[in-house]
Design a protein around this ligand. Structure first.
Ligand code: MEV
Length: 321
């Protein structure tokens, strides 16, 4: 049997996390790196499809009665693929998954590994799967991680393009800016459970809906101007919107001392703007840099400020990569 590989990018929310859960518009971009990859390889003919998670050293042999927790999203994904696509056999193949995307930190690692795996399965068994269907299937898998995700992670990663996203509406694709968009990601080293942070915010909103809805409205208003600044490569304007978003996320109570320290270090090193990205309370922050040299300076400053991991990266575009 022929092997087949595919990959998927990580993602960053530049503007609008949390507010997007409440129907506001957010701006999200795929990143050139870090990425996840998956490969379909042959397995014994009668054995149900399973998964080998190389980074976690977890292997599942396809036995539905005994699924290790880390393999559960892939068990769901395999079941979905077999159910939805008659050309995908239930037995005789295995997924091998590798990812450079740290998990539980706002970079969309769950959606990216699922998208890479589905792309590899579809390519191997000659199934045509449009990005919108890929996004729908990845969302089904995402529900296992996050409960009721807004759908932004699966959409931006499956589409592979910068988008404006609002729940229940078709994503609006953004045009490629004329200049590269350099971003520096700093990982606090503390992972978070998105579902728990989202539930905490929902509880706080229940206690004070007027205050929280005003914050969500204010966050939602940043995305439109942010998209215009992004498309026109007006990085100074985009950076200022990211800074404003960080203040609002702090008001929401989802930043942390570690995130604030990395955001401060990035700004002092010349970042045009910096904010947490994803659910917050740990995970990653992102800083916008004017160019690659400035990005290197920011990355160095993040390391010196205690970032557990850093990436100097660029906004990617699956169609163009
Ligand atoms: C997670 O990447 C972003 C949140 O807005 C949750 C979601 O959109 O599902 C915190």
């Amino acid at each position: 049997m022929r092997c087949q590989s595919a990959d998927a990018s990580s993602k960053l929310i530049l503007l609008g996390e949390h507010a997007v859960v409440y129907g506001k518009t957010a701006l999200a971009v795929p990143l050139l790196k870090p990425r996840a990859s998956a490969r379909v390889v042959p397995a014994p003919a009668g054995r149900p499809a399973g998964v080998d998670l190389k980074d976690l050293e977890v292997r599942w042999d396809g036995d539905a009665r005994d699924v290790p927790p880390a393999a559960a999203p892939f068990a769901r994904l395999i079941a979905l693929a077999v159910e939805r696509f008659p050309a995908v056999p239930a037995c005789g193949w295995e997924l091998v998954v590798r990812s450079r995307i740290p998990s539980g930190c706002g970079l969309g690692s769950g959606a990216a590994t699922a998208a890479a795996a589905l792309r590899a399965v579809c390519a191997r068994f000659a199934v045509s799967c449009a990005p919108a269907l890929l996004s729908e299937l990845v969302y089904e898998v995402e529900k296992l991680h996050h409960g009721t995700p807004s759908g932004i992670d699966n959409t931006v990663i499956a589409m592979g393009r910068p988008i404006l996203y609002a729940r229940g509406a078709a994503p609006r694709f953004l045009t490629r800016p004329a200049a590269p968009c350099f971003l520096v990601v700093g990982h606090t080293g503390r992972s978070h459970r998105t579902s728990e942070v989202v539930a905490d915010v929902a509880r706080a909103r229940g206690l004070n809906p007027v205050r929280h809805d005003a914050i969500f409205d204010a966050i939602g208003r940043l995305s439109g101007p942010g998209a215009e600044a992004f498309q026109a490569a007006r990085w100074i304007d985009l950076g200022q919107l990211m800074d404003r978003n960080q203040e609002l996320l702090k008001d929401l109570g989802v930043s942390s001392a570690e995130l604030d320290a990395l955001v401060g270090a990035a700004r002092r090193a010349g970042a045009l703007g910096a904010k947490l990205s994803g659910a917050g309370r740990g995970g990653c922050m992102a800083a916008l840099a004017a160019d690659a040299v400035s990005g290197q300076r920011v990355e160095k400053a993040l390391k010196a400020a205690g970032a557990a991991e850093t990436f100097l990266t660029e906004v990617g575009d699956h169609a163009a990569s």
